[in-house]
Design a protein. Structure first.
Length: 305
């Protein structure tokens, strides 16, 4: 297959590109910069210069491809305070891909998340968050539903929901934020009793799932990239404490923001999830280390320049 990948030089995309190439596919990756284009060339992919705003570029790339994996999202815009604008750009790209692939039966796979699944329950692929939920991230779930709706237009559309933690060497998400807070505060904190759980997946396993999805996911599939169904946040804090040589301690929920900063909004959320349906459907079996084992490899605690 000739697969067009947006976000090809990002955290998951840079693992997906070699995964696709190793499986015998030709990859065209969207590159916003010369550095990104060079990285794609080095990986053995074809670099296509452009951004999510270049809708004509996206349209032609999708028309010329046997399938599309859409990973790009304007995180800088979203976390800079304008999540609606980032969501609108994402929706425009999805609509362009839908138009280009309509009636072809070709795959469109997009990345979504799990932050609107029910708190305190084991979320499954059959759970569908309400796009009208009070959350800035709700727009991403509306966009995911718009993608699934493309199945009715002859697109083999599927959505891969990613857990809060996609971990591995080079991660810049929640876990390194917790490590940074523990260093600064001199204590590795967890909210309340630390029983809240985080689903997690290793980056390499997430990349494998995206490859399987573009190869064979049925139209309308919702897939869960879940390695660990639910790691207790206290266990995460204790692992961080052990490596940094600081104590682990409970933080009261009302003090979460003062202690953790922005990550305090998520640190106490119970977000467990299952990937059992996905594994049965696609034969996907995670092989990378679990989150706690990954923490014990030590790379999260190396000083970064």
């Amino acid at each position: 297959m000739r697969v067009f990948v947006t976000g090809a030089t990002g955290w998951i995309g840079s693992a997906l590109v070699p995964e696709l190439i190793a499986a015998g596919h030709d990859v065209v990756g969207l590159a916003r910069s010369d550095a990104g284009a060079a990285a794609l060339d080095e990986a053995g992919a074809e670099a296509l210069r452009g951004s999510l705003d270049d809708l004509d570029v996206l349209r032609k790339a999708a028309v010329d491809a046997d399938g599309v994996v859409h990973l790009a999202f304007k995180h800088d815009v979203a976390f800079g305070g304008d999540f609606p604008a980032a969501g609108a750009a994402d929706r425009a790209a999805i609509e362009v891909f839908g138009e280009a692939l309509a009636g072809t039966g070709r795959p469109l796979v997009i990345a979504s998340g799990m932050l609107e699944t029910a708190v305190g329950e084991l979320a499954t692929e059959r759970d569908h968050p309400d796009p009208a939920a009070v959350s800035v991230a709700a727009v991403r779930f509306a966009n995911a539903q718009a993608t699934l709706d493309l199945a009715e237009r002859g697109v083999r559309a599927s959505v891969v929901r990613l857990p809060p933690t996609v971990h591995g060497d080079g991660d810049n998400g929640f876990v390194p934020a917790l490590v940074g807070v523990a260093r600064t505060m001199g204590v590795s904190g967890y909210i309340g009793d630390g029983a809240a759980r985080w689903a997690a997946v290793h980056r390499s396993d997430a990349a494998t799932l995206f490859r399987l999805a573009v190869e064979k996911a049925p139209a309308g599939s919702v897939l869960h990239a879940v390695g660990d169904e639910g790691v207790p946040t206290r266990a995460i804090a204790e692992a961080i404490a052990r490596h940094l040589g600081v104590p682990a301690a409970s933080v009261a929920p009302e003090d979460a923001y003062d202690h953790f900063g922005w990550v305090g909004a998520f640190a106490g959320n119970d977000r467990a999830a299952s990937g059992a349906i996905t594994r049965e459907l696609l034969g996907w079996e995670p092989t990378g280390p679990g989150l706690l084992a990954d923490l014990d490899q030590g790379h999260y605690f190396a000083e970064r320049s």
